[in-house]
Design a protein around this ligand. Structure first.
Ligand code: F6P
Length: 366
């Protein structure tokens, strides 16, 4: 253990999103100015800890005086591949490299770690922290908003804004050409982005993985709109929705075996054209949902989470995640969070709202 100032590590892990730099800024301010600690920014998630010397930089509040609060991405870099417990090699083999990461952490003489990540990253960080005896606090981030135990994860609000903005842009062109516009959005196995953007952006149909759909149900809604003299329709599809026969639409798999979604919008669009005769166009929104200027909500949550994470470490807490619940910042054990993604509740308020607006949101599963 080093003597002198306490030093904490800070990393971003998993897919990037808007608001990460705001969270980094909040941690640095609170730790350096509030506690007198040093903050070491670890590069590329845990991947930078595999290099020798470990890839890292000391972060000071001065660094954040300019544009960083307003910028998406992460100044620390990130990775969503290469699970350290099953690290993939080009020859197809995997090896456990967790000890190397822990050695890298020790080489930097760190007293604690704040990890900003989604469900999968927090699970890996927790295992590393337990193995290495490292005090760890997690901050939830993901555009998918599927982290359990918190109403909000950093990045979701901006992704929702981007998806809603896409619908705002698709509506006039749909109406001008008498078309059905299909918008495919991200979200991994959860339909939060699709459902919220669909409601906010005036969609007529929203298809999410949590609710079964029938092409006849979608066609019935589009035909009902035509009968009311509406000449266009907006359809939102979440990327993990499956074909009618239950098969997923994937572009391949990541190194860690996760499905790389993308393309189900084209399948749904083709089926709509076949069953209704409508002219259909498809937009796959993709990674633009991860960028853009972070919304005030994402900057706010990032700031609240960053300050609270440092306060928890300062109070000697570990193995906890900061969260937003009931208009307040709270924290809960990471054990209650990891490996159980939060998906759309088919009986919840948003599905009820969508149905109340006359949106076709799939079939009632009961
Ligand atoms: O988890 C965030 C997310 O953007 C998902 O919505 C999407 O399925 C995935 O990451 C895409 O990952 P990648 O950046 O590896 O293409």
């Amino acid at each position: 253990m080093h003597k002198g100032k306490k030093r904490i590590g800070l990393l971003t892990s998993g897919g990037d999103c808007a608001g990460l730099n705001a969270a980094i800024r909040a941690v640095v301010h609170r730790a350096v100015e509030g506690q007198g600690w040093q903050v070491v920014g670890l590069h590329k998630g845990t991947a930078g800890l595999l290099s020798r010397p470990p890839e890292a930089e000391t972060l000071t509040p001065h660094r954040f005086e300019g544009m960083l609060l307003r910028m998406a991405g992460t100044i620390l870099g990130t990775t969503n591949k290469g699970d350290p417990f099953a690290f993939p090699y080009p020859d197809g083999t995997v090896r456990d490299r967790s000890d190397e990461i822990i050695e890298g952490f020790r080489a930097l003489e760190l007293d604690g770690l704040i990890g900003i990540g989604g469900d999968g990253s927090l699970s890996i960080l927790r295992r590393l922290a337990q193995q290495g005896g490292i005090p760890l606090i997690g901050i939830p981030k993901t555009i998918d908003n599927d982290v359990v135990g918190t109403e909000v994860a950093i990045g979701h609000a901006t992704a929702l804004w981007v998806a809603t903005d896409a619908l705002d842009r698709l509506q006039p062109t749909a109406a001008s050409h008498d078309r059905v516009m299909v918008l495919e959005v991200m979200g991994r196995d959860a339909g939060h982005i699709a459902l919220s953007a669909g409601i906010s952006g005036g969609a007529d149909v929203i298809i999410i993985p949590e609710l079964p759909y029938r092409i006849e149900g979608i066609a019935g809604k589009i035909n009902a709109l035509r009968a009311e003299d509406r000449n266009f329709a907006l359809v939102v599809v979440a990327e993990a929705v499956r074909r009618e026969d239950g098969t997923p639409v994937v572009q391949g798999h990541s190194d860690s075996g996760q499905a790389l979604y993308g393309g189900v919008g084209h399948y749904i669009g083709r089926r709509i054209a076949e069953t209704t005769g409508a002219e259909v166009r498809v937009t796959v929104l993709g990674h633009v949902q991860r960028g853009g200027t972070p919304t005030p909500r994402d900057r706010l949550m990032a700031s609240i989470f960053g300050v609270h994470a440092v306060d928890l470490l300062a109070a000697g807490q570990s193995d906890r995640m900061v969260a937003w619940s009931g208009r307040n910042v709270v924290d809960l054990p990471l054990a209650e969070v990891v490996d159980r993604p939060h998906r759309v509740d088919p009986q919840g308020a948003l599905v009820h709202t969508a149905r109340g607006l006359g949106i076709y949101v799939g079939e009632d599963p009961s």
